[in-house]
Design a protein around this ligand. Structure first.
Ligand SMILES: [Zn+2]
Length: 325
């Protein structure tokens, strides 16, 4: 009987401590790189993280082998509809206490913002044909707080191309930070999927002219300029307002490669300039996958992890940390 009472008490204590854990809110995380997109069920397939561990190349005239594989223990499930995507994304953000900067489809963005105003920070890119005046209006009316994703690399253009200059001037004037895509994109980008894409246009040094023309512009280099680590480090050393995000490559390239890159950034002294980001598209579970990569980085201290997850973004965007607790 005594044993029974003991077991019962023990069960009760365990139950209440689980309850306490459940009700305790996790520390806040800011994801600076989420894509608001419409889901096309015909193109939404599952995916294994770190799928770019194999770059199969291709043979001219023959179909390219798929480099998105699903041959792993737990492929990430793609959202099946716009509603499914929104529901899963916002529920995960709430559970893990994530606030995210999102850009992309304006309709989707407005829906997300309406459903979870505290979780979503809308970001605006430069849509084809958008005038500088219209762009400035959009940034001044209060809905959009960030500029990005700017991705001239996909058009084979440098970020210093003068066609973007007036838009950067607006961001500089309004004190709006800008996220610019500089990085790789997978197997055979230029000749299999995006004919205008140029690897050389992802060189972080191409930002030097933009920064010289706009000395007060805050730029974060999306995808951390991967794999051009030396140029990235040199650019950040020379320009105090430049940050990087870890989006995309932390769940697609081989894990060892990711940690080598992140470790090098921290080792070079830039632990306070790294922003956490996912590049989340149609796979909501990527939020947990990407958090896991940072949590498992045994070369980072707890303080360095908190900097990456939260503190660095607060400083870079000049936000009030209390609003995220
Ligand atoms: Zn990108």
């Amino acid at each position: 009987m005594r044993n029974l009472v003991l077991a019962f008490t023990l069960a009760l204590t365990t139950l209440s401590s689980i309850k306490a854990q459940e009700t305790k809110k996790p520390k806040p995380i800011i994801d600076v790189h989420v894509h608001a997109m419409k889901i096309n069920p015909a193109f939404s397939g599952d995916l294994c993280p770190w799928f770019l561990s194999n770059m199969p190349g291709a043979i001219p005239g023959k179909p390219a082998p798929s480099f998105i594989d699903t041959d792993c223990a737990h492929p990430l499930k793609a959202a099946k509809s716009d509603e499914d995507f929104q529901q899963q994304l916002l529920a995960t953000a709430e559970r893990l206490n994530i606030t995210f900067v999102a850009s992309g489809d304006a309709e989707v963005l407005h829906r997300w913002k309406k459903a979870a105003p505290e979780r979503v920070i809308p970001s605006i890119g430069v849509a084809p044909g958008m005038s500088v005046e219209a762009f400035e209006d959009s940034l001044s009316n209060g809905f959009y707080q960030v500029m990005g994703e700017i991705a001239p690399q996909y058009q084979g253009k440098s970020p210093a191309d003068m066609s973007l200059d007036e838009y950067f001037a607006v961001a500089e004037k309004l004190g709006i930070p800008v996220g610019i895509h500089m990085g790789t994109g997978g197997n055979g980008m230029a000749n299999l999927t995006q004919p205008n894409y140029r690897a050389s246009m992802g060189n972080p040094f191409l930002l030097e002219d933009v920064l010289a023309r706009h000395p007060n512009l805050k730029i974060w280099v999306m995808h951390a300029g991967y794999p051009m680590i030396d140029e990235m480090i040199a650019l950040m050393g020379a320009n105090a307002y430049v940050y990087v995000d870890l989006a995309g490559f932390i769940w697609s390239y081989p894990l060892e490669e990711i940690h080598m890159y992140l470790r090098r950034l921290v080792q070079a002294g830039f632990g306070k300039r790294i922003l956490y980001g996912t590049d989340l598209m149609m796979w909501p579970e990527l939020l947990e996958t990407s958090i896991g990569v940072i949590e498992n980085a045994n070369y980072l201290s707890e303080d360095q992890k908190r900097d990456i997850f939260f503190n660095n973004a607060i400083r870079f965007f000049d936000w009030d940390p209390k609003k995220f607790e």
